[in-house]
Ligand binder design. Structure first.
Ligand code: F6P
Length: 482
């Protein structure tokens, strides 16, 4: 392709292209009218400054069942939509991405399903994304490919546009080889990723898993940090993602949000202890273990509804997938049982909301919560843990954190770490958090706040892009304390 023909990003194309499964905008209703808004979330706020003002373009899917045309530009970011038809939604999104790769990469918590038709759809949608990037990118542009839905894009794109500098970042875990090797299409996936100049992961363990598999499956040579393959050098490293700490502190310091936090506590009956769980309703999040542990603490009398309450938000997700529907039924049954046995008139043991929550309400919930329960069975990072810490502007509050969340690598010295499979350990961790000495709690929270202040999402994006542009074979990433 003659890149001066690039259809977007100005006549010469975009110097920076971000490509992710989803666009950074979402279609929402305002006063009966549908319109596009920037999606909330760290990734969007991290990349907006670099992309705004014509400096870059974001390529992605507008979402399922959206009729409104995607604007060419929003909030200064050029947008290019990659639509999926119904079959692709089923086979690429629900199928290969979320019923093959998602469970396989999350320790096979649910059995991954291997279907050849899904794989064909994954190849063809990845090809479409890569073509969209090849058309939009300026000569010598930087391209940042995101996540498990697009692992073939780096290789396809490199073949079309060898002039590009290509980075890939995986937001979810990368499994150990014992699991990854099950994948019938393991070789093309690894070759796809090795099309990048830099492949980034949340934690060093995932980076090492990848390099090990690359040496074994495609015969790449080199260390966990630098691989040689197909006559090229590919760098590999850990870049733990974070949150927009400054923006969260600003919201958490807003008197209106703080007032709402006080109101939430009153609406809950002014208990001594508010515990909070906030998760996409996903079987990887370990919500059932958490509910069972809390239920047993109510049954044993350690918790009582005059003293404590759990607020559990389950944000609807991938509702077309039977695993997710079953998980919802399972959780709702558990909540019903626990509330039936332990609530009293006017006081529920668990307040369960199956809905999305706007950002100010979420921050008010974080401020209202004495104890935050983040107990996934496996999680690439888990930004809820970091959001909670960022919002605790008075340095109070306790974080119970699964050792299987990427966030535990950075927060492990100050969070109360737990193995979510161990119900007794989970109960003990919750007891510890509820009874935490206030001075110790503040000391722990201060340590965690220092970490999320220093390593915010802007620093993450800067570090990744700087490493992508570094010529040296050594990459310096955010320190992983172990
Ligand atoms: O954590 C991986 C991820 O794909 C995120 O990027 C995304 O916000 C979340 O899961 C929800 O996924 P989906 O795009 O399938 O709704």
């Amino acid at each position: 392709m003659d890149s001066s023909d690039a259809a977007s990003g100005g006549p010469a194309g975009a110097p920076l292209v971000v490509v992710a499964n989803r666009l950074p905008v979402r279609c929402v209703e305002h006063d009966g009218e549908m319109r596009w808004d920037l999606s909330p979330g760290g990734l969007v706020s991290a990349l907006t400054p670099a992309l705004a003002g014509g400096a870059g373009m974001w390529i992605g899917w507008p979402g399922d069942g959206v009729d409104l045309a995607v604007p060419a530009e929003h909030a200064g970011i050029e947008l290019r939509a990659v639509p999926l038809d119904d079959a692709e939604f089923e086979q690429f999104y629900l199928g290969f991405s979320n019923a093959t790769l998602w469970p396989l990469y999350h320790d096979a918590i649910r059995a991954p399903t291997f279907h050849r038709e899904w794989w064909y759809a994954y190849m063809s949608v990845n090809d479409r994304y890569a073509r969209a990037v090849a058309e939009a990118a300026a000569p010598g542009a930087t391209v940042w490919v995101h996540d498990y839905q697009l692992q073939l894009v780096p290789k396809i794109l490199r073949a079309m546009r060898p002039d590009l500098r290509i980075g890939f970042f995986l937001h979810i875990p990368f499994p150990p080889q014992e699991l990854f090797l099950q994948l019938p299409w393991r070789r093309p996936i690894i070759e796809g990723l090795l099309g990048a100049d830099l492949v980034g992961f949340q934690v060093q363990g995932a980076a090492s898993n990848f390099s090990r598999v690359a040496r074994r499956v495609v015969g790449a040579s080199g260390t966990d940090a630098v691989l040689d393959f197909d006559g090229r050098r590919v760098r590999v490293g850990a870049f733990p993602i974070s949150v927009d700490t400054t923006a969260l502190i600003k919201r958490a310091s807003d008197p209106a949000v703080q007032g709402r936090a006080r109101q939430i506590r009153e609406e809950l009956g002014s208990p001594d202890v508010v515990m909070l769980g906030v998760d996409r309703l996903d079987y990887t999040k370990g919500i059932d273990r958490r509910l069972i542990a809390v239920g047993e603490l109510f049954a044993e009398g350690f918790l009582s509804t005059s003293r404590a309450v759990l607020v559990q938000i389950g944000v609807p997700s991938r509702e077309e997938d039977p695993h997710y529907r079953r998980e919802r039924e399972h959780l709702e049954q558990l909540v019903g049982e626990i509330n039936g046995e332990h609530s009293s008139v006017g006081r529920s043991a668990i307040h369960y909301l199956y809905q999305s929550v706007e950002v100010d309400e979420l921050v008010a919930l974080y401020l209202a919560a004495d104890v935050m329960l983040v107990t996934p069975l496996r999680d690439g990072m888990n930004l809820v843990a970091k959001e909670y810490v960022a919002c605790r502007v008075d340095a109070t509050g306790a974080l119970v954190l699964s050792e299987f969340a990427g966030a535990a690598r950075e927060l492990r010295d100050a969070a109360i770490l737990v193995n979510p499979h161990d119900l007794d350990g989970l109960k003990q961790a919750i007891r510890h958090a509820v009874d935490l000495d206030p001075n110790e709690g503040t000391a722990r929270m201060r340590r965690m706040r220092r970490i999320v202040r220093r390593h915010d999402v802007q620093a993450w994006a800067r570090t990744f892009l700087a490493a992508l542009h570094a010529d040296s074979s050594h990459i310096s990433t955010t320190p992983d304390p172990g």
